[in-house]
Design a protein around this ligand. Structure first.
Ligand code: TRP
Length: 454
């Protein structure tokens, strides 16, 4: 249907070199190539989960928007917006929350990691865990499904979230799709060729390790200082760096240079270039790329109102799709516009109660009975009358406790008997021997399904 591409960046920090190389640059490059139907947005609702500092969040939104634009994103070619400007997204998120199994969310890596950390420090497993963190994947599913995106470029740590978005979409369509998929099922796009940059200490560059190299923040001086602090070993100038290909300086260099320039850099290290000189060469290379962007960034940051206008345009563009699509979704779930004449409960309701079940009721004469209903709501069995609700409940419990229902249930026209209790379980309709057998089989199947469930 569409090969729409969509990705978001959580606005909880200041973009660093790793964000640029891993996410921003590839997205901008993709948007410059040919015809691309791209949606890029700032996930500021997601940022609320990690960030409790309003000033920080406000600043991060501005910095990240300015970074996208400074890096060459053309808002006329893509749909560029801020998540919190699209009220349809949190609305869809709630709707999806109502079809998302809690058990699915229990398995989310980020949530599990928090629980594990709590357990390791002998805390309550849920200490410090908000519903926001727990429901994070549902909001992310809403981001993606709202626009029916097919390709979602993400880092490896986000693959599970895309799979969950697919699960949630399928679940929704199963309940409300009337036999059709309601959403395009998204796929994670993990670009193996995009480098994971090492940070100052050699571990993956990440805000949480406090080892990042700033992209624009602090200007040329901050970049120079950071490069000066990259950890190297004690080999002196003149000593060959035979393992140059693994060195952090080389990995950083390569992610900004042509293959040829990278080979020269590596060869120079092997030939004995000192780490200090290598850092100078690296800084020159980065500056060539970053300096012109930094200039644009600084002038953008100085005009926040212009950025706001761009984002408002983007929000209008996004909502031209989101508003009518959400109206369809609302219609499908029974929250359509206005009041309608009462209709019969539809398939969704029946599917929602997909399992066979026992229902108890009271007869006019005051006695208690129960029925066993099949998955699609047909009466498979109506019990005889019991004097009180407890006795009826006990019989249900006995039937449910039977591990081999086919052996407990005896069929003989015109009624079915629960083996050791003569008259207790009588099917309403069975008259012929054959019908009794069929009815018996349906009951056995239903009881097995029930057993399998519990
Ligand atoms: N969770 C993503 C991250 O932290 C950001 C994000 C939010 C996102 N919604 C999204 C990415 C939708 C892709 C699609 O990196």
């Amino acid at each position: 249907m569409t090969s729409r591409i969509l990705t978001g960046i959580t606005t909880s920090g200041t973009p660093h070199l790793g964000n640029y190389v891993g996410a921003i640059r590839p997205a901008v490059q993709a948007s410059q190539r040919g015809n691309l139907d791209a949606f890029y947005f700032m996930a500021d609702f997601h940022a609320l989960i990690k960030c409790g500092d309003p000033a920080r969040l406000q600043r991060s939104r501005l910095e990240i928007a300015a970074t996208w634009l400074a890096a060459g994103l053309d808002p006329a070619r893509v749909t560029f917006y801020r998540q919190s400007d699209i009220p349809e997204i949190p609305e869809l998120s709630w709707i999806l929350t109502c079809v998302t199994p809690k058990g699915l969310m229990n398995r989310a890596h980020a949530y599990k990691a928090s629980v594990d950390q709590n357990l390791a420090s002998q805390e309550d497993p849920d200490a410090g865990i908000t519903m926001g963190l727990f429901s994070y994947p549902v909001l992310m599913a809403a981001d993606i499904l709202m626009f029916n995106a097919l390709h979602v470029p993400v880092g490896r740590d986000q693959i599970q979230h895309i799979e969950m978005a697919r699960d949630i979409a399928q679940r929704f369509s199963h309940l409300y799709g009337n036999g059709k998929e309601r959403f395009v099922l998204p796929e994670a796009l993990v670009d193996e060729s995009v480098a994971t940059l090492p940070g100052l200490d050699g571990r993956k560059m990440s805000k949480s390790y406090n080892n990042t190299i700033p992209l624009f923040e602090g200007g040329a001086k901050a970049l120079k200082d950071a490069i000066g602090r990259i950890v190297t070993d004690s080999r002196a100038p003149g000593e060959p760096k035979t393992d140059a290909a693994q060195s952090h300086l080389y990995i950083l260099f390569r992610s900004f240079a042509s293959e040829q320039a990278s080979d020269t850099f590596k060869a120079d290290l092997i030939a004995g270039m000192g780490w200090g000189d290598a850092k100078k060469v690296l800084l020159d290379l980065l500056e060539t790329d970053i300096a012109p962007m930094r200039e644009r960034y600084e002038s953008l940051i100085a005009r926040p109102d212009d950025i706001e206008d761009i984002l408002q345009d983007g929000a209008r563009k996004a909502r031209r799709i989101a508003t009518p699509f959400l109206a369809e979704i609302r219609e499908a779930i029974g929250l359509g516009k206005g009041m309608k004449p009462a209709a019969k409960e539809g398939k969704a309701a029946k599917k929602a109660a997909k399992a066979p079940r026992f229902v108890s009721f009271r007869e006019q004469d005051g006695s208690f009975k129960f029925r066993l209903l099949s998955a699609d709501g047909k009466t498979l069995l109506t019990s005889a009358a019991f004097a009180d609700a407890q006795a009826a409940g006990q019989m249900i419990a006995r039937i449910r406790a039977c591990a081999a229902p086919d052996q407990c249930l005896v069929a003989s026209a015109p009624q079915l008997n629960w083996m050791d209790e003569g008259r207790i379980a009588a099917s309403a309709e069975a008259v012929s021997e054959e019908q009794a057998q069929q009815a018996r089989q349906a009951i056995v199947d239903a009881l097995r399904a029930l057993n399998a469930q519990s």
